[in-house]
Design a protein around this ligand. Sequence first.
Ligand SMILES: [Zn+2]
Length: 358
Amino acid sequence: MTAPVLHVRGVLLPSSEPVDLWLADGVVHTEPVPGAETVHTGGWIVPGLVDAHCHLGLGAGGAVDEETTLDQATTDRDAGTLLVRDAGSPSDTRWIQGRDDLPRLIRAGRHIARPRRYIRNFAVEVEPDDLVDTVAEQARAGDGWVKLVGDWIDREVGDLAPLWPADIAAEAIARAHELGAKVTAHCFGERSVAELVRAGIDGIEHGTGLDRDTIDLMAQRQVALVPTMINLATFPEIAASGQEKFPTYAAHMRDLHARHHDTLRAAVDAGVPVYAGTDAGGTIKHGRIADEIVALADLAGAEFALGAASWRARDWLGVPGIAPGESADLICYDANPLTDPAVTAHPARVILRGTVIA
Ligand SMILES: [Zn+2]
């Protein structure tokens, strides 16, 4: 059975021109295809949304089963996320890539952390001496990205501290690059991000500890930043739960949170490429890409936010947007998300590989 031929008409963002698109055999056509059924007209069209920091196959306690993973991926898809850059998963989620009804997935293999220096059951845990080899293993296991935990609470110090000596991190990043993979890292504090950017890393997750010089270096090298705004909003809760045993850490987290808007705004202004990521999968629920777009719009405007979650993110990840012959992955909205980014919470049509999903 072949899927029906579809037709949509609307303003294709970020341009302001109305277009007619025909969707047949899973791909976009800009010339009429006979027998098409019009499924949306008079609205706005956006290339399928991208969640650039999402965890499929991960729950609060670690790996989850396939049924739960399917539910996560379906929830993200129905919210408009049609491309996921996974930021580390303890589950083998390659099966998702064989399913036409699920979002496209770029995997990062497993998180890499040190023993007792990250959330239990999430990461491959190794000492620094084994970092280079472990990065090589995860580079081979993933789809071009390796995820390091750059910093986390050090209970002996009672504060955030880097997990990896800078020279070993630099060696590990160089090894990933030899294998054709890029490296990104979870960094909350000041020191880890400063060291890892200088060590040649390709991406930073969160980035609340960025200083002026590191921001400038990221802009110069076009190091990607995925702040995960809706996760940063939970810093006060994280601080409160650590207050009694680790008051220095708690104060540090509150300070990073208090400054995060200014810190990230400085990164945007300097030209650091910033992308939308929800961090769904640990404690953040799936399907919240619209919340992240709204938070990024508050930081840097609606067009910036929507680009960060769609066309700019696709360019960065090397996945085509809406063009003749490319996969028909697109979202239709009844109102203009550039006027009100909250519109993204209510897609009128989610179309994946030429099929209406929702
Ligand atoms: Zn994450």
